[in-house]
Ligand binder design. Structure first.
Ligand SMILES: *Cc1c(COP(=O)(O)O)cnc(C)c1O
Length: 454
């Protein structure tokens, strides 16, 4: 086809391309938006519209688009050795160098890494390794995982069961056995009159209750995102993670911090576990690991955990592309770039606090905004029907979806999650680019409010 038009692509997309997390009928009705190029924090669609990418692709393009260092690293590795496996006692330098680099960045004691290609695969790996671990220790009954409502851990059969997204768990029947949930902490909707600190302790106490209900002898691990991302951006109340850790220790339950979004600077530290002083036994990571330039994920393991695995015989698990040499090369270049440009400090000391100050101001001005959540460069703007009574929009109102559509037409990508607008911009964003983001968000919120007579 000679230079296809947007219409051509939309027709072919409709005819042949089935999209993730999309209602095919709704999409067919309006036609897909085709993205054709990107630079820095901006993407361009096939009609030439320039759009500020407030979601960094899908929480992942942390160093921004078009970074020469990552492109060159990929090219060099493609030319030298595009693929070799790591199954049968062999390895490629980029795999080894990346594991060494990660050991320096992850919290103390996490020094062993298993590679996969996505966050979902990393979490499936966690499930298999954790159950193996307890078997090796002679406690094969410890198989059940406890996770949280609104938790997101991926979309494979096991990762969906681990996650707490109601629609996902319901789509193809019911979750697998051995996956239990506790309610996620959200003070604004659950806290009532209690202080944040008291609420944090109480919310963490839900884990202890659940462990006692199931019997600690059956519970393998608790998994949580340091800040819950795809479920709507819920940062933990103060004291929550300390209490969770105390409970895990008390009942001999492993702690897994899903760092797929929080990892690599998003919260203003290298990992969310640093921000919230979490010492996990395992840490799956993906997204920001390669800034999304190529698929790669890893599971970090604590020394004590690996020692047990080490004594357990063959690890009969892995993927053809575990530690893909080119993905590893890109991840290394990505991390080196983050270090050279001090991107973690940039988020922690400069743009993270700046974004949240701007959002708080927006919340004070806008009747449609109930609360601002998040930390660093992850944030949610909760839309609300009545600020004083905290009356929420209903799903039928589709306030967030309307706001998302208005914003994208005005040149800003935000994600709609339930009735919140979610932001997770590239970490390289500057203050003046944040000003532009806020101006566009404000215009979008005002137009949305008008639609509801606010
Ligand atoms: C995105 C995400 C995953 C799943 O990663 P995929 O690469 O999409 O499989 C897992 N956990 C968290 C916290 C995520 O945000």
């Amino acid at each position: 086809m000679s230079s296809p038009t947007t219409r051509d692509w939309q027709d072919l997309d409709r005819a042949h391309h089935v999209h993730p997390f999309t209602d095919p009928k709704v999409l067919a009705g309006k036609g897909v938006r085709v993205m054709t190029r990107a630079e820095g924090i901006y993407v361009w669609d096939s009609d030439g519209n320039k759009i500020l990418d407030g979601m960094a692709g899908l929480w992942c393009v942390n160093v921004g688009y078009g970074r020469r260092e990552l492109i060159d690293a990929a090219t060099r590795q493609l030319e030298t050795l595009p693929f070799y496996n790591s199954f049968f006692q062999s390895a490629v330098p980029t795999q080894i160098e990346l594991a060494h680099k990660l050991a320096q960045l992850t919290p103390h004691g996490l020094n062993h890494f298993f590679y996969a290609n996505s966050g979902s695969e990393a979490n499936d790996t966690v499930i298999r390794l954790v159950r193996h671990y307890w078997k090796v220790l002679g406690k094969p009954k410890k198989r059940t995982f406890i996770a949280r409502t609104q938790g997101y851990h991926g979309s494979t059969l096991a990762a969906v069961s681990l996650g707490g997204m109601g629609a996902m768990r319901a789509m193809d029947g019911e979750p697998l056995p051995g996956f239990e949930q506790i309610q996620h902490p959200h003070w604004y909707t659950q806290g009532g009159t209690s202080s944040l600190e008291a609420f944090g302790r109480e919310a963490a106490g839900r884990l202890e209750k659940k462990i006692l209900e199931l019997g600690a002898e059956n519970v393998a691990a608790f998994i949580g995102e340091p800040v819950q991302g795809a479920g709507g951006v819920f940062q933990p109340p103060p004291g929550y993670w300390a209490e969770i850790q105390r409970i895990c220790k008390k009942y001999d339950v492993l702690l897994v911090a899903d760092e797929v979004i929080c990892g690599f600077g998003r919260t203003g530290e290298w990992f969310g576990s640093h921000t919230y002083d979490i010492a996990p036994d395992l840490m799956p990571m993906a997204k920001g690991l390669s800034s999304g330039y190529l698929p790669i994920s890893a599971v970090a393991m604590r020394d004590e955990f690996f020692r047990v695995i080490n004594d357990g015989g063959a690890v009969v698990h892995g993927f053809t592309y575990s530690g893909h040499p080119v993905s590893c090369a890109v991840a290394l270049a990505n991390i080196e770039l983050m270090q050279r440009e001090n991107l973690v400090e940039h988020v922690r000391n400069d743009v993270g606090p700046y974004l949240h100050r701007c959002l708080q101001e927006l919340a004070r001005e806008q009747l449609i905004v109930g609360e601002i959540r998040g930390v660093g460069l992850i944030a949610a703007i909760q839309l609300i029907k009545d600020k004083n009574t905290r009356a929420a929009f209903t799903a039928q109102d589709e306030a967030a979806i309307k706001c998302r559509e208005i914003c994208i037409r005005n040149g800003l990508i935000m994600r709609a999650v339930d009735q919140a607008m979610v932001l997770s911009p590239p970490l390289v964003i500057t203050r003046s680019e944040i000003d532009e983001l806020i101006d566009k968000a404000k215009a979008g919120l005002e137009l949305t409010a008008q639609q509801f007579g606010l």
